[in-house]
Design a protein around this ligand. Structure first.
Ligand SMILES: Cc1cc2nc3c(=O)[nH]c(=O)nc-3n(C[C@H](O)[C@H](O)[C@H](O)COP(=O)(O)OP(=O)(O)OC[C@H]3O[C@@H](n4cnc5c(N)ncnc54)[C@H](O)[C@@H]3O)c2cc1C
Length: 462
C-alpha cells in the first residue's frame, strides 16, 4: 500500500472520528508531557476495540509504516512521541477505556488499555478493594501506558511495581495478531510467561489492549508522619526500625533533602511543620487492623528518644495527611521554578543509598561547582530522583554520564521507573553489558522483525 493511501484506509477501519490528520488536532500527539521531544506523525488513529487495533497494525505493516502506541502521554522519557519524519502513525488507545469486569472474590479487575488509572482505582474502591498502583499522574496515565512502562510510584515497597500486579494481558502483535492472555491466575507455570516480555517494553514489542490486574484488600487505617533526620544513613535507620515495629504495614517511605523542601516552601508557599533539617522522611503505614496508630506512634517515639530522628509529626486528619504529601509532590514543580534541571531517575541497593549520595554529590560538585543538587525519592525501594539544577549552558550529557557512572559503580540502574523511551537510548547502550543488549535485540527481532512498533525507542537497532 502507498503511504498517501494509508490514512483513507485507516479511516475505513476506525471511522472518520477515529482518524486525526488536521494539524491543530494532531498537536497533542506531537510532543511529550515535559515538551522535551517533538515529532510529527502522518496521522493519529483512535481504534474502538482490539480488532480495530489489529487491523490498523496490519495496514501499517502493509504500507511499511511504523506505529507509535500512545496512552495518557504522561511518560517522562519521550516514548509516546513520534519522530519528525511524518511517516509514523500514532495509535492512541483513548477510546478503548471500558472496565470489562471486577471479580470481588478473585480480587481482580479486567480493564481496557485506555482506561485512566484513577478511574480503575475508583471503580474498585467501594467494593473494599484497592488497585495499589499510585503515582502523581494517575488522573491522566492509562492502564496500557502503566503496563508498557512497568510504572512504579509511592507504594512499591509494599505492593511492588506494576509488573507484580499484572495477571493477564491481551496484546496485538507487530504483525497484527491478537494474543488473548487475559487469565486471572495467580499461579501459571505452563511454559514461558510471555506477558513479561510486553511489560515495561514501552510499546516496542506489542500493543497492550487490555489487562487483568491483581487487587488488594483496601486498608481501613492509615498513618502518615514526617520526620526530620540528620543524614540518609539515619533515614535508613528509621526504615530498619519501622520494618521491625510495623513491618508489612509500611506503605511509603520517601526521602527528601532539606534543600528540596526549602525550595518547596519558597516557591509553592507550603509550610514544613518541623524545624529546618538536613533531610526529611515522609512515612506512610496502612492496615486493615486497628492499632496501627498506636504501634506507629510508639515506634516514632522510640526513634525520637534514641535521636535517630531529631523531630517528627504525625498527621491527625486526612487534610494534614494531604498537606504532608503535598510537600513531597511539589518538589518537582518547585525545582522547575529554579531554572533548568537535569534529571536522573536512578536506583541503587537500599543499603548503598548513603554512600551513593556521598560519592555522587562529591563527583558532581567537583566537576560542576555551579550545580545545585535536588535529591528526593522513594528511598524505601532504592529509587532516587537525583536531579541537578544547573546553568543553561551546562553540558547535560556530561553530567548524565558522570551520575550514571556512579550509579553503575554501585550496581544500580539508570532508570528506576521512567523507562528509556528516546531520552536514555544512548545511556542504556553505554551502561548495560553487550550480552544483555544483544539478547534484547534478538527478542525485538523475533517479535517485531520489521521494526514496526515504536522504532528508535528503548534501543536503536544498529
Ligand atoms: C507528574 C508525573 C508523575 C509521575 N510519577 C511517576 C511515578 O511515580 N512512577 C512512575 O513509574 N512513573 C511516573 N510518571 C511517569 C508516567 O506517569 C508513567 O510512565 C505512566 O505509566 C505512563 O502512562 P501513559 O498512559 O501516560 O503512557 P504514555 O506516556 O502515553 O506512553 C508511555 C510509553 O508506553 C507506550 N504505550 C502507551 N500505551 C501503550 C499500549 N497500550 N501498548 C503498548 N505501549 C503503550 C508508549 O509508546 C510509550 O513508550 C509520572 C509522570 C508525571 C507526569
Amino acid at each position: 500500500m502507498r503511504l498517501e493511501a494509508l490514512p483513507a484506509a485507516l479511516a475505513q477501519v476506525v471511522g472518520e472520528r477515529g482518524l486525526v490528520t488536521d494539524e491543530t488536532d494532531l498537536h497533542p500527539y506531537c510532543h511529550d508531557w515535559r515538551h522535551m521531544f517533538k515529532g510529527h506523525p502522518l496521522c493519529a488513529v483512535l481504534p474502538r476495540n482490539t480488532r480495530e487495533v489489529a487491523e490498523v497494525v496490519r495496514l501499517c505493516v502493509a504500507a511499511g509504516v511504523a506505529v507509535v502506541p500512545h496512552g495518557g502521554n504522561t511518560g517522562l522519557s519521550g516514548g509516546a512521541t513520534p519522530d519528525g519524519s511524518g511517516r509514523q502513525v500514532v495509535l492512541s488507545v483513548a477510546r478503548m477505556n471500558a472496565i470489562r469486569d471486577i471479580d470481588v472474590m478473585g480480587e481482580t479487575i479486567e480493564v481496557e488499555a485506555g482506561c485512566i488509572l484513577q478511574t480503575a482505582q475508583e471503580a474498585v474502591d467501594d467494593k473494599g478493594l484497592l488497585l495499589p498502583i499510585t503515582l502523581a499522574a494517575e488522573g491522566s496515565a492509562c492502564i496500557g501506558g502503566i503496563v508498557a512502562t512497568n510504572a512504579g510510584g509511592t507504594n512499591v515497597l509494599r505492593y511492588g511495581m506494576a509488573r507484580s500486579r499484572i495477571l493477564g494481558l491481551e496484546v496485538v502483535t507487530a504483525d497484527g495478531q491478537v494474543i488473548n492472555g487475559l487469565r486471572r491466575l495467580r499461579k501459571d507455570n505452563a511454559g514461558y510467561d510471555w506477558k513479561q516480555w510486553f511489560i515495561g517494553s514501552e510499546g516496542t514489542l506489542g500493543i497492550v489492549t487490555a489487562a487483568v490486574l491483581q487487587l488488594a484488600p483496601k486498608p481501613r487505617y492509615r498513618v502518615t508522619a514526617l520526620l526530620a533526620v540528620r543524614s540518609p544513613a539515619d533515614a535508613l535507620q528509621v526504615l530498619c526500625a519501622a520494618r521491625l515495629a510495623i513491618g508489612e504495614t509500611l506503605t511509603g517511605f520517601e526521602l527528601m533533602s532539606g534543600a528540596a523542601l526549602e525550595r518547596v516552601t519558597r516557591h509553592q508557599h507550603l509550610k514544613v511543620p518541623l524545624g529546618d533539617a538536613a533531610w526529611y522522611v515522609l512515612l506512610e503505614a496502612s492496615s486493615s487492623l486497628p492499632g496501627l496508630r498506636d504501634a506507629t506512634e510508639s515506634f516514632l517515639g522510640e526513634v525520637l528518644e534514641k535521636e535517630i530522628a531529631t523531630d517528627g509529626v504525625v498527621a491527625e486528619s486526612a487534610r494534614q495527611e494531604a498537606d504532608l504529601w503535598a510537600l513531597r509532590e511539589s518538589i518537582t514543580e518547585a525545582e522547575g521554578r529554579e531554572g533548568r534541571s537535569v534529571k536522573h531517575d536512578v536506583s541503587v541497593p537500599i543499603s548503598s543509598i548513603p554512600d551513593f549520595l556521598k560519592t555522587a554529590d562529591e563527583a558532581v560538585m567537583r566537576a560542576f561547582p555551579e550545580a545545585r543538587i535536588n535529591t528526593f525519592g522513594h528511598a524505601g525501594d532504592g529509587n532516587l530522583h537525583y536531579n541537578v539544577i544547573v546553568p543553561a549552558a551546562l553540558d547535560a550529557l556530561a553530567l548524565n554520564r558522570l551520575v550514571h557512572d556512579v550509579v553503575v559503580s554501585f550496581g544500580g540502574s539508570i532508570s528506576a521507573e521512567h523507562g528509556i523511551g528516546q531520552y536514555r537510548v544512548d545511556e542504556l547502550v553505554r551502561c548495560r553489558a553487550p550480552v544483555e543488549l544483544a539478547m534484547a535485540r534478538r527478542i525485538k527481532a523475533a517479535l517485531d522483525p520489521q521494526n514496526t512498533l515504536n522504532p528508535g525507542k528503548v534501543f536503536a537497532l544498529r
